[in-house]
Ligand binder design. Structure first.
Ligand code: CU
Length: 384
């Protein structure tokens, strides 16, 4: 029956060549996603970007849902990036020991502009994209760019595919070292997690980090980086998985509160928490699930879990945009972290700080608003 319908269709096509000619130019996704973003892009930079279509769109996946060999292909590619030489000036950046650490150094260099500022979500979205492109161009990786689903793993960090420590994980916890509570502010301390020492399991066993932490006060006071920021401080990658943090700040209720935020200011507060308060936000919480150096706003990129952590944040952002299409292109914040020193509000026209040598293109914030227009062409397997 199906065959005969197909043959009839083939016959119809064969006898109506004009229909064949009119056939499928795929509909660009962006037309249906955020028309307001597309209209802005058309006015700002007509023809700059290829349309994103159903044929070209890439799907980012939950790490947990990927087959073991798919997960290993991803971690192999990350290790491949770390096997490539640094392209940075070694006299200025001794900590840049390889191409992976170039990403970490670049992030430190931009930290005071692209966190707790109006650039945060879009700058990181493009930074993720650059790394994903690098995995492909440098290391031939064509699989999905995975995310770590925080609430789905909160009750079982050590048993999750992400952290179970197997060859198909993102490596597990650090060895147990009791370093006491994690003091974040006077009167606000987190209980110590279940690790604290070197990561000795999974693909990143033996992974070396090269930068010491930088106090967050540098960011909050608008101070320059300490002159020692890029000194070489080679040590093992450490983790301190923290179930208390995961269950308290990265649960489904916290996620839903963020997704239901009515505007960018409220969304920002749910993501980052209230600084100086006694609670973490969803995103800051995720960093403190991992422990140092993953908990550092400056040097966290050194832990490879940083990328799946941030693709999930990007999924939260994307899902929030989808739930609130009328304000999907809103911006919130200034050009400096916590507006120190004071700076103008970021708008759609504001040019993003660059991404070091990975991209020195002049890109406006408005070009990075939709994952299916501008330079992007991806979606998430699940909208939250
Ligand atoms: Cu960051």
């Amino acid at each position: 029956m199906v065959n005969s319908i197909l043959s009839l269709a083939a016959l119809a096509l064969a006898t109506a060549p004009s229909l064949v000619a009119a056939a499928p130019t795929p509909e660009p996704w962006q037309v249906s996603d955020f028309p307001v973003v597309d209209a802005w892009l058309q006015g700002k930079c007509p023809g700059k970007y290829q349309p994103c279509t159903q044929e070209t769109v890439k799907i980012r996946k939950d790490f947990d849902s990927m087959a073991p060999e798919e997960r290993k292909a991803y971690t192999d590619a990350v290790k491949c990036i770390a096997s490539k030489p640094s392209q940075l000036d070694q006299t200025l950046y001794p900590a840049a020991t390889n191409r992976y650490m170039d990403y970490a150094v670049t992030h430190v260099n931009r930290t005071s502009q692209v966190h707790l500022s109006g650039f945060f979500l879009t700058w990181h979205r493009y930074y993720l994209h650059l790394f994903e492109e690098d995995l492909k161009n440098q290391c031939g990786y064509t699989g999905a760019f995975p995310y770590w689903n925080w609430p789905a793993t909160a009750d079982n960090l050590h048993g999750s595919a992400v952290f179970d420590g197997s060859a198909y994980s993102m490596s597990g916890d650090g060895d147990y070292v009791d370093t006491g509570p994690v003091v974040l502010a006077p009167g606000f301390a987190l209980p110590h997690g279940s690790g604290g020492g070197c990561v000795n399991s999974g693909p990143f066993a033996g992974w070396q980090t090269t930068m010491a932490d930088i106090p967050i006060t540098v960011l909050l006071t608008g101070s320059p980086l300490p002159p020692t920021a890029y000194d070489l401080n080679q040590t093992c990658l450490t983790r301190d998985l923290n179930t208390f943090v995961a269950q308290t700040w990265c649960n489904y209720t916290a996620l839903e509160l963020a997704l239901e935020a009515n505007d960018q200011a409220a969304f920002d507060a749910q993501i980052n928490g209230i600084l100086g308060g006694s609670a973490l936000g969803l995103h800051s919480g995720a960093h403190f699930i991992i422990g140092s150096p993953g908990s550092s706003i400056f040097v966290s990129v050194q832990d490879p879990i940083w990328w799946p952590l941030h693709t999930f944040l990007d999924n939260v952002y994307t899902s929030w945009q989808t739930r609130h299409p009328d304000v999907a292109n809103a911006t919130y914040g200034t050009e400096t972290a916590v507006n120190a020193p004071p700076s103008p509000n970021v708008t759609l026209d504001t040019i993003e700080p660059d991404w070091g040598y990975f991209s020195r293109d002049q890109i406006a914030v408005g070009e990075l608003i939709s994952t299916t227009s501008g330079p992007f062409c991806y979606k998430y397997d699940v909208s939250l």
